[in-house]
Design a protein around this ligand. Structure first.
Ligand SMILES: NC(=O)c1ccc[n+]([C@@H]2O[C@H](COP(=O)([O-])OP(=O)(O)OC[C@H]3O[C@@H](n4cnc5c(N)ncnc54)[C@H](OP(=O)(O)O)[C@@H]3O)[C@@H](O)[C@H]2O)c1
Length: 335
């Protein structure tokens, strides 16, 4: 992509989130989806017909061989992210890869090293970071609206019927609450408090072997805490509260994409409208376009080092859950 031309996207994995990505793209000026790949030509055709996409491929590698694709949106289940991202980078494409970035920090590190070696753009699609609510939240924190942030409490969960074939209940596809939903409360803690020094966690491993309910405490520098929960079997409030020395900020449901923020600060209660038009994935797409046009290979808002570090936190929480509450220590493994 150059400054005077639109970004031409290829979508790998035409599932639920890819549909939203395509809808979001209609609200972005300088990008278009030119190709889609599926393991089935019928499904690629159906997606292409729904979204007016010209080229349809029945294999990822055929899409990657298309010289008219500048960037690839990896929208496959977590277990495919490493392979799809490495293949796309090897084919010379920029990559936006869905969350959770990978299955573990080792995979994430490999992906980041490949992007850096190829001098190509790579970013985890943590769309929350680019939404008006999170942009405003950053301003509020920087302005000291609630003093020094001391505690972040956040959860994200719902009750799904157990379906061993669904990606969320299938270990082979990276199933479980932690990777799919836990990433949102954890990234909020990192956004507000920085990376944690250590974690303790416990949870419930279900009959299909995935973590169905997870609760963790993140200990950050300065004795500040993050308290996170995620679930695919227990409905949760899906809200967040950031408590500071001079007040607190509430993020209503859904905490990863709230349409308002309420500040309880020294000056009283302020409700801030953070709603937006259309699908919120458009803000992360715009970030990719901005960065690539500027010649950048990553975004400071969702940096590659942070994506690896967040995977380490998830690794530690997962290990702690699987060992029945053994504490995890992420200090030594920080990038
Ligand atoms: N940002 C967000 O708000 C958000 C929301 C939902 C999901 N996500 C993320 O997006 C990713 C996909 O989630 P989704 O809900 O869109 O899943 P999904 O509906 O199951 O779609 C995933 C697609 O990946 C393709 N695929 C390729 N290899 C696969 C494999 N080995 N096993 C299964 N499918 C494979 C499938 O398409 P073919 O079978 O046609 O190849 C499938 O349609 C996940 O990493 C998830 O965390 C993000």
């Amino acid at each position: 992509m150059t400054a005077d031309r639109s970004m031409r996207w290829g979508v790998v994995g035409p599932g639920g989130i890819a549909d939203r990505f395509a809808t979001a793209m209609t609200m972005v000026d300088d990008g278009e989806i030119v190709a889609v790949s599926s393991r089935s030509l019928d499904r690629a055709d159906a997606f292409a017909d729904r979204h007016g996409v010209a080229r349809r491929y029945s294999s990822r590698d055929d899409l990657l061989a298309d010289p008219d694709v500048d960037a690839v949106y990896v929208a496959t289940p977590h277990a495919q992210h490493q392979a799809d991202t490495l293949a796309a980078l090897a084919a010379g494409k920029h990559v936006l890869c869905e969350k959770a970035f990978a299955l573990d920090a080792e995979q994430a590190t490999r992906m980041v090293e490949a992007a850096r070696a190829a001098d190509l753009f790579l970013m985890e699609a943590l769309w929350s970071r680019f939404l008006p609510a999170y942009v405003r939240l950053r301003e509020l924190l920087d302005d000291g609206a609630v003093g020094e942030p001391l505690l972040v409490e956040a959860d994200f969960g719902f009750r799904m019927p157990i379906d061993p074939a669904h990606r969320l209940f299938d270990l082979g596809q990276g199933g479980g609450a932690l990777l799919d939903l836990g990433i949102y409360p954890v990234q909020l803690c990192a956004f507000v408090l920085g990376l944690p020094e250590r974690v303790v966690a416990d949870g419930v491993i279900g009959g299909t072997g995935v973590d169905e309910v997870v609760a963790g405490v993140l200990h950050h520098a300065g004795d500040r805490l993050g308290v996170v929960k995620a679930s695919i079997r227990v409905p949760m409030a899906c809200t967040a509260r950031i408590s500071g020395s001079d007040g607190w900020i509430d993020l209503p449901a859904f905490m990863h994409c709230p349409s308002s923020i309420t500040v309880h600060g020294p000056k009283g209660v302020q409700e801030i409208d953070t709603s937006f038009e259309g699908d919120g994935l458009r803000f992360e797409i715009e970030e990719v376009h901005r960065r690539v046009a500027a010649g950048d290979t990553e975004s400071p808002v969702m940096s590659l080092d942070e994506s690896v570090a967040l995977m380490r936190v998830l690794d530690d929480i997962g290990a702690s859950v699987r060992s029945g509450g053994r504490p995890g220590d992420v200090v030594e493994s920080r990038p």
